[in-house]
Design a protein around this ligand. Structure first.
Ligand SMILES: NC(=O)c1ccc[n+]([C@@H]2O[C@H](COP(=O)([O-])OP(=O)(O)OC[C@H]3O[C@@H](n4cnc5c(N)ncnc54)[C@H](O)[C@@H]3O)[C@@H](O)[C@H]2O)c1
Length: 293
């Protein structure tokens, strides 16, 4: 129960990594406000947590809107009396195209969902975190460190979050508030698997080969790191980027192909995940028609 008596907001909590963070934090004793877009299964995740004996409320709305972000923070303080942890996890990955084909509308949607949400939520949460000496966590990406072909704007949006997290850490340290950023590699959510995802099927097949551990990560493997960073066990960690990427950042070539099949299975999870692959529900995904090499 590393988060016993803590109150946390998790954004993008209806699906994928956010669902896993929500369930993990509940298991660790946190009371939660779970935020997502209308259409996301946020209420179902909250109901699952309550059914397991936890405390969780759903907040539906576009957190890139100032009023929605403010209302979400107020919801947590109103319902549970305080705020200890903000997890800025909401984001989109909705286009696969080189710069010359990348549509301006997709660029703007990406900036809105990935940057504005995190900025606004942080802005409204920080006064409460200063009172509780809490912390802010961000979901960055290895793409924000390495860059990624055919989704360069997405990688750029994550690079912004990395620097933003560090800046917040530096300015808020004097109030006892920590800020850190978890940078996943390819994780098994709607974004990296299936015909509906942004990555073409032939490119999806190559993902695991580039990862030294030979596979995508599971949402739960990311949530485990969030739980540590959110807890008082991480009291000396701030301004940090935590790569949770199976080793892909330093890797060169198809190192994943060297991993024997028996070592490629993800660990058996403990969380009752139901919505890992539903993150693209209600979202338009664009892939440039241009034939690629
Ligand atoms: N899946 C991966 O391979 C991967 C890799 C690195 C980083 N990440 C990051 O992890 C986070 C979660 O991604 P995921 O793979 O679980 O995808 P996902 O689509 O399952 O989850 C993202 C959630 O955020 C919600 N959301 C988007 N915009 C929002 C807004 N304006 N207001 C409220 N909610 C909003 C979505 O509706 C969705 O439920 C993202 O920040 C992503 O950039 C994912």
């Amino acid at each position: 129960m590393r988060l016993k008596d803590k109150v946390a907001i998790v954004t993008g909590a209806g699906t994928g990594i956010g669902e896993a963070i929500a369930l993990k934090f509940a298991q660790e004793g946190a009371a939660l406000v779970l935020a997502g877009l209308p259409g996301d299964p946020v209420a179902q995740v909250a109901e699952a947590i309550v059914a397991l004996g936890g405390r969780a409320e759903a907040h539906l709305g576009d957190l890139a809107e100032e009023a929605e972000a403010r209302a979400c923070v107020e919801r947590a303080v109103g319902a549970f009396g305080r705020l200890d942890v903000l997890v800025n996890n909401a984001g989109i990955f909705i286009a696969f195209a080189d710069a010359e084909d990348y549509r301006l509308e997709d660029f703007e949607r990406t900036i809105r969902a990935n940057l504005r949400t995190a900025f606004l939520m942080t802005k409204f949460a920080v006064p409460h975190l200063q009172k509780s000496r809490g912390n802010v966590l961000f979901t960055g990406s290895e793409a924000g460190i390495n860059g990624s072909a055919s989704f360069a704007p997405y990688g750029g949006s994550k690079g912004f979050l990395h620097a933003f997290a560090k800046g917040v850490a530096l300015e808020q340290a004097r109030y006892g508030v920590r800020a850190n950023c978890v940078c996943p590699g390819a994780i098994d959510t709607a974004w990296t698997r299936g015909p509906e995802g942004p990555i073409p099927l032939e490119a999806q097949e190559g993902i695991d080969a580039g990862v030294p551990l030979g596979r995508r990560g599971s949402p739960e493997e990311i949530a485990n790191v969030f739980a540590f960073l959110a807890s008082d066990e991480a009291s000396y960690v701030t301004g940090a980027l935590w790569l949770v990427d199976g080793g892909v950042t330093p890797a060169k070539g198809n190192v994943g192909d060297c991993v024997p099949e028996a070592l490629r299975a993800p660990p058996v999870g403990a969380l009752p995940l139901r919505h890992s692959h539903e993150g693209l529900r209600c979202k338009e995904v664009y892939r440039a028609a241009k034939k690629r090499d």
